[in-house]
Design a protein around this ligand. Sequence first.
Ligand code: HEC
Length: 164
Amino acid sequence: MNRLALAAPILLALVGCTQNETDSPPAQPSHVLSDADKAALLASLPAPYNAGDLENGRRAFARCRACHTIGEGGADMTGPNLHGVFGRKVGERPRYNYSNALREADFTWDAEKLDHWLQNPRTYLPGNKMSFPGLPDAADRRDVIAFLKVETGYQPAPSPTPAS
Ligand code: HEC
């Protein structure tokens, strides 16, 4: 009796394994980054963002959450969803009703542009409708930008061998 009793669960386990090998999705969907992936992405950012503090960035972003979502496919609220904002033209989120100031502006968001915008939104693009006083602290801006790079699907350009 023992042999059969032992063999059955083993066989089931084997069948289970083969099925898993063929059907199982990757451990993580590709757009969900593990903490290790986030740390690696952070480290790959150009200075000073590679020294960013993601936890402080998350805290600073709490001030943006009232108006912005960041997840892929997230809703537009008072402000547009910010997924994929790096490398996207200003005022280009489909179906979001931008002010003329953003619609008519002509540049692509990168860390430097975002730093100026967040320092003083009112003067950076006069007439815009983001009623936010800005983040006066440069470290908070660095951290929120690093946080956004890591959380909004930013992909570093494949870089040639670094010069130094
Ligand atoms: C009170 C609401 C509010 C808060 C708080 C706020 N925003 Fe905004 N944001 C807006 C609105 C509204 C717009 C669109 C402005 C326009 O069309 O004139 C906008 C636009 C933007 C854009 C331009 C997006 C694009 O598609 O061109 C970025 C980037 C941005 N916000 C980032 C932030 C960040 C980061 C924070 C926090 C540090 C923040 N915002 C805080 C309301 C807000």
